[in-house]
Ligand binder design. Structure first.
Ligand code: SF4
Length: 422
């Protein structure tokens, strides 16, 4: 497999690597790096992100490099298929920090030369210099949190940019050579009309991003937006109107030449998000950073959420990490940065493989998914598959892939629950 000519040496503090531990497998992993900083906290957001902790930038950078390097030593320098810097706001990190993190990854892991390497960005951060720096650092895919092109709704969402700045950010990305740009939009917002949404979708498509992610607002308990709706200061979002918005977007983006490949995601053909495909295919991923989740070796686990505590524990992990003879839940649970772990049993693996795979609208190859999961999914779910196809919610394609029917897109969660054990 071709490997990234990183131009980045192993960090000097890292001990020599030993031959690979076998358990991570030849298929490699995806890496997620959680950046817990935002200039300001949006009122709808319940992610593990903070404003006003910029004094911890340096500690975070050191900690995440320590954690990633320690994991590489433990796992025997695995192959990395994709890297995703998310958050939070990776573009808010000081200049040069993304490069240092990616250099550390390139030095410690076998990063594929064709790896998709994404950074989530806020429009205001994307100055020409910042954008050029991200590209020089090795980022090859930019994901911009646009959310809306209606300035009133952007203000309601507490965003710091306006529609013009979002468009300028896309233009700056183009000017420095980014040819894979995702734009995130939100619909089903309080006070959002169908007309506003139509306008946002049309103007966003005119910006010609390679990829679009459209998310219905979820009112998360504990957020200011949830409270404002509870208090009657804002109207409750109308689910029927949100469904109309989704249907409008499906038609408009199809007509604009986008491939609707996942319930909430559209792309130019061939430019689907490789990183997110790894999640939907229920493959292995390693998350670094405070509150990041990981999934491999039959376990789902997550790191401590507090950035300060995470930095302390990452230092401890870096000092202690050595090559593991094999992977086990006990070894993972003992990693200092790990907060908790749950073992994924066969029933969970089977259900997750089904409902993650069915999110992909071209359908899932049930035989291949069964082989990956080590479970005969067609046999396990024979009764459910027969019922759901009879109800017109699932269908088999000519090439024997199982897919959601179009009328199931808006009730997909009801389909997915049918795969959960009673
Ligand atoms: S910028 Fe993104 S991560 Fe940060 S608070 Fe807003 S929605 Fe949350």
């Amino acid at each position: 497999m071709p490997l990234l000519p990183a131009g980045a040496a192993m960090p000097q503090s890292a001990p020599p690597l030993t031959p690979p531990a076998p358990a991570i497998g030849d298929g490699g992993i995806s890496l997620y790096v959680h950046v817990p900083f935002c200039l300001s906290k949006c009122p709808y957001c319940d992610f593990n992100t903070y404003q006003g902790i910029e004094s911890q930038f340096g500690d975070f950078r050191t900690a995440v490099i320590n954690e990633l390097t320690a994991w590489s030593r433990a796992l025997g320098r695995p192959v990395v298929n994709t890297v995703f810097l998310g958050g939070g706001t990776p573009s808010y990190l000081p200049d040069g920090d993304v490069a240092r993190i990616l250099d550390a990854i390139a030095g410690a892991y076998q990063v594929r030369s064709d790896a998709e390497i994404t950074a989530e960005c806020n429009p205001n951060d994307l100055t020409p210099a910042k954008c050029a720096g991200l590209r020089a650092a090795g980022i090859n895919r930019i994901s911009i949190g646009v959310q809306s092109l209606d300035n009133g709704l952007l203000a309601l969402l507490g965003r710091r940019h306006d529609a013009g700045e979002a468009a300028t950010a896309v233009a700056i990305c183009r000017s420095v050579g980014f040819n894979n740009v995702n734009l995130d939009l939100m619909y089903g917002l309080p006070q959002q009309s169908l007309e506003q949404w139509r306008d946002t979708v049309a103007r966003t498509a005119a910006l010609a991003p390679e990829h679009l992610s459209l998310y219905a607002l979820t009112l998360e308990a504990g957020t200011p937006l949830h409270r404002w709706v509870e208090q009657g200061r804002l109207p409750e979002p109308d689910p029927d109107l949100a469904a109309d918005m989704y249907d409008f977007a499906r038609v408009a983006l199809r007509d604009a030449g986008y491939h609707h490949y996942e319930i909430s995601n559209w792309s130019r053909p061939g430019l689907e998000s490789e990183h997110n495909l790894a999640y939907w295919r229920n493959l292995q991923w390693l998350g670094a950073g405070p509150g990041a989740h990981s999934s491999f070796a039959g376990c789902r686990f997550w790191t401590v959420r507090s950035p300060r505590e995470y930095a302390r524990r990452a230092q401890e992990w870096a000092a202690a990490a050595g090559p593991w003879p094999s992977l086990s839940a006990e070894a993972i649970r003992a990693v200092p940065t790990v907060d908790d772990l749950e073992a994924i049993d066969d029933a969970t693996t089977a259900a997750e493989t089904m409902f993650l795979g069915l999110r992909l609208l071209d359908g899932m190859d049930v035989a291949a998914a069964s082989a990956r999961a080590g479970i005969d999914l067609a046999a396990r779910y024979e009764r459910e598959l027969a019922a759901l196809t009879a109800e017109g919610l699932l269908a088999w394609t000519a090439d024997e892939r199982l897919r959601l029917t179009e009328r199931a897109y808006l009730v997909a969660n009801q389909v997915f629950t049918r795969f959960l054990a009673d």
